[in-house]
Design a protein. Structure first.
Length: 172
């Protein structure tokens, strides 16, 4: 078998990668894209960007990819905070009960709810900052209007699902 005949599928997409990047992530990406799209379009009309922009299509095309990617990055950072506290909380002096609550059922412990909400707040602040400073910097010149749009996107697209108890989705 020569080099031309060799197949390198595992080098391109090793199957073990699914352990870290489960197929459900594609549904999450699609869902986030749809929600972000709706929020961008509603924000265009809600904050009367038509008086400054040529049209909603241009506004959408110039912003949606950044809104979506920055939002997902912010969600990953928030999730990483939860992961660190849930898996390595003992380094911070957290009890097993609290770490379990963070991972499986935040509403079973009030401090778990606070930690989850703090991670959500970090995500929301990052969503706001990324959209204010990057996505809409050249698209919305008026700072007050840019704040309104970025804040609306941050509040609506905050990762509310962080509050859902993981125990609802599997037994363990």
């Amino acid at each position: 078998m020569g080099m031309k005949d060799m197949k390198v599928y595992n080098l391109i997409f090793p199957i073990w990668f699914l352990l870290f990047f489960p197929p459900v992530i594609f549904f999450t990406l699609l869902g986030n894209y749809v929600i972000d799209s709706l929020v961008v379009i509603v924000s265009f009309y809600l904050f009367k960007q038509a008086k400054h922009q040529l049209n909603v299509k241009r506004f959408y095309k110039k912003s949606i990819l950044k809104v979506w990617l920055f939002g997902f990055l912010a969600d990953i950072i928030g999730a990483a905070i939860i992961f660190v506290f849930g898996m390595s909380g003992f380094l911070f002096g957290l009890s097993n009960e609290l770490m379990s609550a963070i991972c499986y059922d935040p509403f079973s412990h009030p401090v778990a709810v606070l930690i989850i909400c703090a991670a959500m707040l970090v995500s929301a602040l990052l969503i706001f900052f990324f959209n204010y400073a990057c996505t809409f910097k050249r698209l919305i010149e008026n700072k007050k209007e840019r704040i309104k749009v970025a804040l609306t996107i941050a509040i609506i697209t905050i990762p509310w699902t962080f509050l859902l108890p993981t125990k609802w989705f599997y037994e363990g």
